[in-house]
Design a protein around this ligand. Structure first.
Ligand code: COA
Length: 155
């Protein structure tokens, strides 16, 4: 397995996994999300086996570099490859990428946060395992009846 930064021509491979992991209607819609986010400085990383993408994760800067605050935006692993350590490996790789970016800007990565549907118990167990703590819960956030958990970790 190889971990690397994603490029625009990874759109199809990422979109296939994003569609199922994020409940997006079509692969074309997921490709649109990926390309739009790449244009808005969301940095994607991928785990690959040969030419196949097995999972991806992305982060973005929150506000200004001096806030030293990054958001883990997305993470999803292909259904057949879950719970084999790929998500954790991708996350640690993504943190190195974010740390390098802040360092190049003359800052350091201080805090990373992410949000997660309260009902997504697998993702919540995952975030807790990789060191995030539940910091707040937002009521009926994206949908009525679905609270959103804010998880964060400090470096
Ligand atoms: C959440 C997700 C990215 C985790 O990736 P993964 O590669 O399967 O996770 P890992 O194998 O690295 O697991 C790390 C830890 O997470 C937890 N975990 C992972 N899968 C789990 C499961 N099915 N049930 C309970 N805990 C689980 C465990 O604590 C695990 O540690 P362990 O192996 O010692 O038990 C993956 O399940 C996924 O793609 N889910 C769908 C998309 C999604 O919900 N993304 C997050 C949106 S907020």
């Amino acid at each position: 397995m190889e971990l690397r930064r994603a490029a625009l021509d990874d759109a199809k491979g990422i979109a296939r996994i994003m569609k199922e992991g994020y409940n997006i209607d079509t692969i074309a819609d997921a490709e649109g999300v990926f390309t739009d986010e790449m244009e808005r400085f969301h940095r994607y990383v991928v785990a690959t086996m040969g030419y196949d993408i097995m999972g991806f994760a992305s982060w973005t800067l929150r506000d200004l570099p001096r806030h030293e605050l990054a958001e883990l935006r997305r993470i999803a692993i292909h259904k057949e490859h879950r719970h084999k350590g790929i998500g954790a490996g991708l996350f640690y790789y993504l943190v190195q990428d974010a740390k390098r970016y802040y360092h190049e800007q003359g800052f350091r990565l201080r805090k990373m946060f992410t949000t997660c549907h309260a009902s997504n118990n697998v993702a919540r167990a995952f975030y807790e395992k990789i060191g995030f703590k539940l910091e707040a819960t937002l009521k009926d956030h994206y949908y009525e009846g679905e609270d959103e958990c804010i998880y964060s970790t400090f470096f």
